[in-house]
Design a protein around this ligand. Sequence first.
Ligand code: HEM
Length: 404
Amino acid sequence: MTPQSTVDLTDVDLFVRNKHPEVFTWLRETNPIYENITADGSRFLALTKYDDVLWAYRDHELFGSTRGAVLGGSFGSEEDSAGGRMLVASDLPRHRMLKQVIQPAMSAIVTARVSDQVRVLVGKAVNRAIADGGCDFATQVATELPAGALMVVMGIGHAEAHELIDLTRRMVGFRDEVFVDTSGDVRLRLAWLQAEIFEFFTNIVTERRRRPGDDLVSMLLAAEVNGRPMNEEDILYNCMNVAVGGNETSSYTACTGMHALIENPAAYDRFLAEPALLDSAIEEMLRYSSTNAYVQRVARRDVVRRGVHIAAGDSVTLWNFSANRDEDQFPDAAAFDIARTPNRHLTYGSGLHRCIGAPIAQAELSLLFGRLAESRARFRLAGNVRRLRSNFILGITELPVELA
Ligand code: HEM
């Protein structure tokens, strides 16, 4: 890219064509706090250096979350009234109260139960892939990770879990013609997709009112926030938050991790030969994939950083993907190095809103890649890789593999 060129980070084609790594390298070098003007004339700032992204994550007084994590108000924003109601889209003190209610649904005990469930599902899926000589890793293996988690966290069956994954996949894939009809007004489409998820959870809420269990929905129904029971809409918003937060991220990370192993044969050799590298391999997959590419914040007062004036009310995006490829933090950042240490990636965010599902995601990924390493089966690509049309969640939707 030439120094004169401009780039629009809402242009999904950049991400689908895998051009974003070079775009972010250029931005970090030439314009680390970048003023992005989109095709519709709206404007936001993009932080692309590791230090700046960490600074913004850590200062939740300066950078608020109530406009939602996604640009354009597509999920949990003030504009669609979820601001302040959903954990990820709330500021203190509301955030603290919501977190107290939601966190127990991701406790160490729950994580252990999720592990037991995921172990069974992943075992079956990997055995089947080996027996068949291959599979679509994206749809036949990776989606079993969130399925196992949902079965435990939401207290639902396997088929229902996949039904919910299909719904959240449509929500996250709202710009992808494989998942939704992309003609027509995007706001109406999003409202419709959200209504589908709400309908799913409304049925579960009705059921849990009759027969409470030890799942998230029952916990939310029994909880009090500010001395009052949560209203049903707030319950639905937070169920959606956990479902969308957990369903797409871990499965897409697994796909990018698998793809990275296949694309880097020396790393794949080491992965199979050195089981002790499993943990660092997973950290590297998390860094390398940066599945949640960015999160949005809104500046609550004026501040100057690197000589750039950030005004109160400005939309500021924290690009995890770019921070995780910053050479000042990660030597040879573009390389996929499964023994990388230290590896302080920002894939789960940082500070107040750091991912509360991280222990579950770690357990899911360790079980899957642990099983793959143990099987000693080696896969290679068996067809075209297809990427999700999104600049928010970076994922692979089709990953055909066969035994090498
Ligand atoms: C590899 C997998 C995952 C990635 C990359 C990921 C990424 C993230 C990131 C970057 C945030 C911070 C958002 C912000 O600062 O605005 C976040 C928050 C969150 N994540 Fe995850 N996540 C993953 C797995 C999960 C899972 C498995 C669950 C649930 C089962 C989950 C539920 C949540 C929730 C509820 C929040 C909001 C936390 C808060 O606002 O305090 N995530 N996640």
